[in-house]
Design a protein. Structure first.
Length: 215
């Protein structure tokens, strides 16, 4: 199988030195990539800015912004069997980023934002045979919000976790499949969670259960 995996944060620049981002370190995505490699699969990893070394034996595409990640994912989507979208892609970016550094003043500063491209939703609209697995980082109403996201983005499974996972080596995840079944892993190392996610992807591809264009 060919896995397309995204990892890490994106950065949306306000000016040449300031940006909007989040606390993702890429550990979950890199663990998924390593797990897929160990199980004999081909892996393309699209990574935002992180401090991790990519596992040997895969193709790693380094990106910074959400637009760059969207282009890289689109370029490789057609030939993959499964996408695991662990990246914490920014939801908003400055509407008019400045080409020069904004100088500090005593006046209030207003930053106008606009939505970034929803990469996973776009894939859900265009997929054919591919299995799509997304992540839902929620700090309230987790199961309900994850289920809504899975249906809205036309995913085959979604992994629910919390902001406590940022930067940690361990995580507590719950996995929801499109058939409505939940799988709770408890508090485990991210390497263990990654192996479970890759095994689920293998099963979904083998069973041919990818949901086409809205279910």
């Amino acid at each position: 199988m060919h896995f397309l995996i995204t990892a890490g944060p994106t950065r949306e620049y306000i000016d040449p030195v300031r940006f909007i981002s989040n606390g993702s370190t890429g550990k979950m995505g890199y663990a998924c990539a390593a797990a897929a490699l160990r199980r004999g699969h081909e892996v393309t990893l699209v990574s935002g800015p992180v401090s991790l070394a990519a596992p040997s034996g895969l193709r790693c595409i380094d990106v910074v912004t959400s637009d760059q990640m969207a282009r890289a994912v689109h370029d490789h989507f057609g030939r993959c069997d499964c996408v695991i979208m662990t990246a914490a892609v920014g939801d908003y970016k400055p509407r008019q980023p400045k080409k020069q550094k904004i100088e500090k003043t005593d006046r209030p500063f207003t930053l106008v934002l606009k939505r970034t491209v929803d990469i996973l939703a776009k894939l859900g609209q265009t997929k054919k045979h591919q299995v799509l697995i997304g992540f839902a980082m929620q700090d309230r109403a987790g199961r309900r919000n994850a289920q809504v996201k899975m249906v809205r983005k036309n995913l085959d499974a979604i992994v629910l976790n919390s902001p406590k996972a940022f930067g940690a080596d361990r995580t507590e995840v719950q996995i929801l499949r499109r058939d409505g079944k939940w799988q709770g892993l408890g508090q485990v190392r991210k390497t263990t969670a990654a192996t479970a996610i890759v095994k689920l992807a293998e099963k979904l591809v083998k069973d041919g259960v990818s949901v086409k264009d809205g279910g």
